[in-house]
Design a protein around this ligand. Structure first.
Ligand SMILES: *[C@@H]1O[C@H](CO)[C@@H](O)[C@H](O)[C@H]1NC(C)=O
Ligand SMILES: *[C@@H]1O[C@H](CO)[C@@H](O)[C@H](O)[C@H]1NC(C)=O
Ligand SMILES: *[C@@H]1O[C@H](CO)[C@@H](O)[C@H](O)[C@H]1NC(C)=O
Ligand SMILES: *[C@@H]1O[C@H](CO)[C@@H](O)[C@H](O)[C@H]1NC(C)=O
Ligand SMILES: *[C@@H]1O[C@H](CO)[C@@H](O)[C@H](O)[C@H]1NC(C)=O
Ligand SMILES: *[C@@H]1O[C@H](CO)[C@@H](O)[C@H](O)[C@H]1NC(C)=O
Length: 763
């Protein structure tokens, strides 16, 4: 208490003394406390990600943040002009204007410019080379320019991934190569490509597995690291006479040719983007900047809100004389090590206070996405709100900046159903939706799962846990088994939703509904004598090829209040008193209703709101017995379903499905929780809140993606697949004849037997 009060007071004092609000990740709360020392002029501004920091800075809701090299490129792409660069953060031991420059080294005898590389050797530091934080765009720049991997004039794209099209082109352009590291974030794709395009690994050396170089590097020489992949790529180029190219960083070219192999320097040259050659003379390799380069990377930088930037820069010059940490344990030193780094970095104050466009664009002027060629067209992500769209747009820009392929584009629609329809109609490609819509998406819109969303294990919100709730009063007398539900009145949160589907599955399992009945509207409508299944009348929810009149599925619904007092209501929004999980619980409180199928998330709140006590409820378990006692606390065996709560949906049989699948793996790698913050190129958190708002694009409970196959190790994912087995059996065999014809002999027999059994059980 005392500590909290002290903290609060010191915040107030700091703010009143014009404290500077510095972006600090929410994952580092300890930092905020250590920043909070006597006399501190810095105040913690907790942010979920660097993107949130950028948004706050541009609104003037934060004062100072630090951004990585690629984040600076992103900000310039985003055209952030209401923020200013107050200083760049440089390596104290490298007096160079760029964080790195990437260059192409060839033999001095090279002819034919970039096209002259065709048929030659290609030595690459590797796609997983962490040293200089090269993005996929940087890693692949020479390939794009020389081999045209971004153009596939007559490639057959069917079923292929972007990665496959890329290596296909590369393997046709270069005769041999070493291009180590993963070629795809998707392991299956990577392994497949590595086995099919072995020429691109042939220069890596024996037993390299295309994951590294194992070539003989000769003796070790001081100050040149033989294990450095750039040095290895240069050695790969030098050791054979046939023509070739090494795509490496200028700083390592200098090491290699000044320290390691000075005798051969002038036998090599840089191949410039315009096709000209620059011989590597002694003079050239003594310069910190390259004679020509493919990519020049801006240093990471300190960025301030525009309005306060001159003032902040002056302060920083006082806090950090000469751009270095003052040392010791005072708050300015704490701040320096928190956001800038240790002894090996210096802040270089940018007196002109450039905006990010002026700072980064002259170096990295990336062509806009619309104007960039690509083999696989951008995959269109469907969004349903302006904030979700904003998060998607940042992600789109980050994907484009880093050069992840295929690109994404964001398509905003009014609702999830509009998205499902537009994905079906091929005007959008994918969306992550709640499992609640899994059945409708498959049955009505012909979609299928590309990925299931993995959730954090200990978050109760993270799974859809569906149970059958009965009134305790009737539970022991009238209803003890699923058979007894025939002719009763039922409450569902939504027509075709996860609870509805879970009931149908249990009813199929218990054979109280004929397993041959593939029309789930008819199946449920004819089983009960009344129900509220919100949305049943709406075309968005309609079951494909059903001619069943769903009116009975709405008979129990009631308007929320007089505003919506119409003769019949079956809407799937709050105008329907019985819509959703809370509505279905309220519905159960209705004297007319007998049973409710609901998700247990927030069940206590929903019971209270409906004026019910848990002791008035008895759960009917999936194995057809009543729960041992009253209440809503049951084990997972008792539940109708215990499944993942969301999935990524796309068109079934989309020829670009594989490329979308691999793209999602890449997004997870770069923007998911697998991305280690220290090595992450752009700190955008795909599964986390954005701009203070939860559940955009993904629910916050998401931690990763998993495969939708039924062999997955994840149990809720396996359970989820099982929910659709009956639907799959319906769609794979010939569809049943709609209308009376579908009530075949079997269902009649079942009906009669069930009716008899029901009587037997009751009396
Ligand atoms: C970036 O490129 C575009 C188009 O090529 C050009 O119009 C613009 O001036 C360039 N910007 C900078 C800062 O070089
Ligand atoms: C379907 O639902 C949408 C959104 O709630 C509504 O605008 C539309 O009128 C409904 N259509 C029918 C036929 O109920
Ligand atoms: C009726 O219910 C709707 C939705 O719950 C609510 O927005 C509206 O304010 C209510 N109107 C009245 C008069 O209670
Ligand atoms: C709704 O309208 C009916 C008649 O149309 C009326 O009997 C009933 O009292 C109304 N309910 C409310 C909540 O106003
Ligand atoms: C049915 O499941 C419940 C909940 O897991 C369990 O307590 C009960 O013993 C089971 N009954 C039978 C007959 O298997
Ligand atoms: C990789 O992508 C393929 C489709 O190209 C997909 O079938 C597979 O499940 C993906 N995941 C993994 C982990 O390989």
């Amino acid at each position: 208490m005392g500590v909290k009060l002290f903290y609060l007071l010191s915040v107030i004092v700091a703010v009143s003394a014009q404290g500077y609000r510095v972006c600090i990740p929410t994952s580092q709360p300890v930092l905020c406390q250590s920043l909070d020392k006597d006399g501190s002029q810095a105040v913690c501004e907790p942010v979920e990600s660097k993107i949130d920091c950028a948004i706050k800075l541009s609104r003037g809701d934060a004062d100072l943040g630090v951004f990585s090299e690629e984040e600076m490129v992103l900000l310039s792409q985003e055209k952030s002009s209401t923020v200013r660069v107050v200083g760049s953060v440089r390596d104290a031991f490298r007096n160079e204007p760029f964080a790195f420059e990437s260059v192409a080294v060839v033999q001095a005898t090279h002819t034919g410019g970039l096209e002259g590389l065709r048929g030659g050797r290609y030595c690459h530091p590797g796609l997983d080379e962490p040293d200089l934080r090269w993005s996929p765009r940087v890693l692949k720049t020479l390939e794009k320019v020389a081999a045209g991997t971004d153009r596939c004039p007559d490639a057959n794209m069917n079923g292929k991934t972007a990665e496959e099209l890329e290596v296909e082109t590369l393997s046709q352009f270069f005769s041999s190569a070493c291009r180590p590291g993963p070629w795809s974030a998707n392991e299956t794709v990577d392994l497949d490509l590595k086995s099919r395009y072995q020429s691109l690994c042939s220069l890596c050396g024996e037993n390299a597995g295309c994951s590294r170089y194992t070539i003989d590097m000769g003796v070790n020489i001081n100050n040149v690291n033989n294990n450095n992949r750039h040095i290895q790529a240069l050695e790969c180029l030098r050791r054979e006479e046939s023509k070739g190219v090494a795509y490496v960083a200028w700083q390592h070219v200098r090491e290699y040719f000044t320290i390691r192999n000075p005798q051969v320097t002038t036998s090599f040259a840089l191949l410039c983007p315009d096709g000209s050659l620059q011989i590597l003379t002694r003079e050239a390799v003594s310069q910190t900047t390259a004679p020509c380069s493919f990519v020049k990377q801006p240093w990471r930088a300190l960025v301030a809100a525009e309005a306060r930037s001159p003032e902040i820069q002056n302060q920083l010059k006082l806090w950090w004389p000469n751009g270095a940490s003052p040392g010791g344990n005072i708050w300015t030193a704490v701040l320096f090590s928190a956001i800038v780094g240790g002894n090996n970095v210096r802040v270089n104050f940018e007196d002109a206070l450039p905006n990010p466009i002026v700072y980064a664009s002259p170096l990295r002027n990336i062509t806009a996405q619309d104007a960039s060629p690509s083999c696989v067209p951008a995959r269109r992500w469907c969004t349903i709100s302006s904030l979700e769209h904003a998060k998607c747009t940042w992600l789109q820009l980050a994907v484009h900046t880093l050069g992840i392929e295929p690109a994404i584009s964001c398509q905003q629609r009014l609702s999830s159903f509009d998205c499902l329809r537009d994905i079906k109609d091929n005007t959008a490609d994918f969306i992550a939706t709640p499992a609640n819509y899994g059945y409708i998406a498959r049955q009505r819109y012909g979609l299928s799962s590309v990925k299931l969303v993995q959730n954090s294990r200990n978050d109760p919100r993270a799974f859809s846990r569906v149970a059958t709730l009965l009134k305790a009063t009737t539970a022991s007398s009238e209803i003890t088994r699923f058979e007894n539900l025939r002719g009763k009145k039922a409450c569902f949160p939504e027509f075709g939703g996860i609870s509805y589907l879970s009931f149908v599955r249990a009813a199929h399992e218990r054979e109280v509904i004929s397993p041959s009945e593939c029309d789930y509207a008819r199946a449920v409508g004819e089983f009960f004598t009344g129900a509220c299944a919100p949305g049943a009348l709406n075309a968005s929810h309609a079951i494909a090829s059903s001619d069943y009149d769903v009116t009975p599925l709405c008979s129990l619904c009631k308007p929320a209040n007089a505003t919506f007092n119409v003769s019949s209501i079956c809407t799937y929004d709050s105008s329907n008193k019985y819509y959703g999980n809370s509505g279905a619980v309220a519905c159960l409180a209705d004297p007319e209703a007998d049973v409710a199928f609901v998700e247990l998330e927030n069940i206590d709140v929903n019971l209270r709101a409906a004026g019910l006590d848990a002791s008035q409820i008895r759960v009917l378990c999936r194995n057809n017995t009543l729960a041992m006692s009253v209440g809503v606390t049951v084990d997972s065996n008792c539940l109708l379903a215990d499944v993942v709560d969301s999935e990524v949906l796309s068109r079934r049989n989309d020829p670009l499905l594989n490329s979308l699948n691999a793209l999602l793996d890449a997004l997870d790698l770069h923007f998911g929780y697998n991305a280690v913050t220290s090595t992450q190129l752009i700190n955008l958190a795909m599964y986390s809140p954005f701009d203070g708002v939860n559940d955009l694009l993904f629910r916050n409970t998401a931690v990763g993606l998993s495969e939708p196959s039924s062999v997955t190790a994840n149990e809720p994912a396996r359970n989820y697949n099982e929910l659709f087995q009956h639907l799959d059996s319906c769609t794979s065999s010939a569809p049943p004849v709609p209308g009376l014809g579908s009530r075949n002999f079997y269902s009649y027999v079942t009906f009669i037997i069930m009716a008899v059994m029901t009587r037997y059980v009751i009396y």
